[in-house]
Design a protein around this ligand. Structure first.
Ligand code: ATP
Length: 270
């Protein structure tokens, strides 16, 4: 129904909540400035991208970064997930997209975030059925909404994917998602930053060495680092400690590494 509400984010987050990702933040700064004061740009005829694609592996902070961009600019944030549309009846996805853009225009300036855009935005016409499916209608609706709005409406669409190679080229055309921002797994300094952000409210024992943990967690995503801190805190709580100790972090690291191995085995069996 048209009255259906879209998720509007609760507590605002800012770039301070996003550790590392320096160049991604820099790339998005222009969007922040635009959303803060769209007229300053449109008066001079300066063109800001309508669509920005965040590209990177799962759990690297794409959603967080998009929310924080809205937070920095002080504008509303509306989000949907591309995978929501997969189970829908024909026409429902397109209607939902139309409602979303309508709501956003009325709240402009603002950000629309489409997570997992590849779920609807895969290259079209491939395979059986040849194309009038739900997914394609939804994608067409997204494209026509983006083509339809003027820059002066100050709605920026940010989409996230970890597979931009599978996206329909129509999505990447000028005036659509023509700006790409890479969101990589964090290097050591980034990992340290993420560990600091997530242990801010955790009482750490003196023996806890976050630098050491940052060194030992090569390949971890932000989401995995958050999990590391949380598992360590859970372990300490179960043992009724007053502070989280280094051994709790090592325990958590083992858990996560074993979990990852288990996932790999499942993959192998498939
Ligand atoms: P997915 O592709 O799975 O949707 P994503 O890239 O959108 O993942 P997020 O959902 O933003 O990742 O990240 C998951 C959680 O991991 C965040 O809520 C946050 O707590 C933590 N996280 C990830 N990256 C960072 C970061 N750079 N700084 C701080 N926290 C981070």
């Amino acid at each position: 129904s048209p009255a259906r509400k879209f998720e509007r984010s609760e507590e605002p987050v800012t770039y301070d909540d996003v550790a590392g990702l320096k160049s991604a933040k820099q790339d998005l700064q222009e969007i922040v400035e635009f959303l803060k004061n769209p007229k300053r740009f449109t008066k001079l005829g300066a063109r800001i991208p309508k669509g920005v694609l965040l590209v990177g592996p799962p759990g690297t902070g794409k959603t967080l970064l998009a929310r924080a961009t809205a937070g920095e600019a002080g504008v509303p944030f509306f989000s949907i997930n591309g995978s929501e549309f997969i189970q829908m009846f024909v026409g429902v996805g397109a209607t939902r997209v139309r409602d979303l853009f309508k709501t956003a225009r009325e709240a402009s300036p603002c950000i629309i975030f489409i997570d997992e855009i590849d779920a609807v935005g895969r290259v079209r016409g491939a395979g059986v059925g040849g194309g009038h499916d739900e997914r394609e209608q939804t994608l067409n609706q997204i494209l026509s909404e983006m083509d339809g709005f003027e820059q002066t409406e100050a709605v920026i669409v940010i989409a996230a994917t970890n597979r931009h190679d599978v996206l329909d080229p129509a999505l990447l055309r000028p005036g659509r998602f023509d700006r790409h921002v890479t969101v990589d797994r964090p290097a050591r300094e980034g990992r340290l930053g993420i560990l600091k952000v997530h242990s801010k409210k955790v009482p750490l024992a003196d023996d806890v060495d976050l630098e050491e943990l940052a060194k030992a967690t090569m390949g971890y995503s932000g989401a995995e680092l958050q999990k590391l801190v949380n598992e360590a805190a859970l372990k300490a709580a179960r043992e009724e400690k007053r502070k989280v100790e280094m051994e709790d972090f090592y325990y958590a690291e083992d858990l996560i590494v074993m979990g990852a191995r288990r996932d790999e085995q499942v993959d192998d069996e498939e």
